[in-house]
Design a protein around this ligand. Structure first.
Ligand code: NAP
Length: 250
């Protein structure tokens, strides 16, 4: 049955940035779809744990450095015995005029959004190959994987790069049964966009340009996240899927 192909029953997923926003929504969707989920966060994911119940396990790690990666893998294997799905969701944004942009604002964003994503993905792919199981990797990209944005040069650099790297890894790893894809959320109401939504002029400009006429929510991302983690997407490789209320088509 076709709906069975969307099931994540028996699967083990790692989701970074699990304490809030889009990551929390993905953890909840995966548990509902039958998976066991390791949420990685730098602060405790207590609210997510409450929403998800016994199939959720929290690993605390600050993803601004790659040093934490071996422990994330070890803890997942110790708790659930294998890995089938990785969602690279944790990400940060720094808003500042490009003319004033500092090295710290550049490096901090590139470290979390790109460097750690690449090396965590590499570590998980090695585990997929060792398991001989294939696997699913989902990178959370952005509208700024396609567009320039304003006052966010390091964020745009990281999210444009992640879309490209998604294709590179897909080209190399499809032969192992590993699907590497991305999701590009549109403008979603989370902490990431709090400052933007508080800027009345920018907020009104953005809203006026979204064909769906509203900001997105974590629930809006859940369908795409389950699809790309499931058997239903086995022949989808290297693609970054927009979930944007029509923003990119405008
Ligand atoms: P969010 O609420 O700010 O969530 C970001 C998550 O990443 C939080 O859990 C955050 O933890 C975590 N994180 C940040 N730095 C970390 C670190 N050093 N170590 C571990 N975890 C860290 O925003 P969101 O909208 O849900 O963002 C999720 C992803 O979607 C991000 O990659 C973002 O760029 C992307 N995205 C969002 C939008 C949007 O409109 N909201 C649009 C396109 C793409 P803390 O809570 O501790 O900071």
């Amino acid at each position: 049955m076709i709906l069975d192909k969307f099931s994540l029953k028996g699967k083990v997923a790692i989701v970074t940035g699990s304490n809030t926003g889009l990551g929390q929504g993905i953890c909840k969707a995966y548990v509902e779809a039958g998976a066991k989920v390791v949420g990685v966060s730098r602060r405790p994911s207590d609210e997510t744990a409450k929403l998800c119940g016994k199939d959720f396990y929290n690993v605390i790690a600050d993803l601004s450095t790659v040093d934490v990666i071996p422990n994330v893998i070890d803890e997942t294997l110790k708790k659930f015995g294998k890995i089938d799905i990785l969602v690279n969701n944790a990400g940060i944004i720094k808003r500042q005029d490009s003319i004033e942009f500092s090295e710290e604002e550049w490096d901090s964003v590139l470290n979390v959004n790109l460097k750690t994503v690449f090396f965590l993905t590499q570590a998980v792919a090695k585990q997929f190959i060792k398991q001989n199981s294939g696997g699913k990797i989902i990178n959370i990209a952005s509208m700024l994987s396609y567009q320039g944005g304003i006052r966010v040069p390091s964020y745009t650099a990281s999210k444009s790069a992640i879309k490209g790297v998604t294709m590179t890894l897909s080209n190399e790893w499809a032969k192992y049964g590993i699907n590497v894809n991305g999701i590009a959320p549109g403008y979603m109401a989370t902490n990431n966009t709090q400052n933007l939504r508080q800027d009345e002029e920018r907020s009104a400009d953005i809203l006026a340009r979204i064909p769906a006429g509203r900001w997105g929510t974590p629930e809006d991302l859940q369908g795409a996240a389950v699809f790309l983690a499931s058997e239903a997407s086995d022949y989808v490789n290297g693609f970054t899927l927009a979930v944007d209320g029509g923003w990119l088509g405008r």
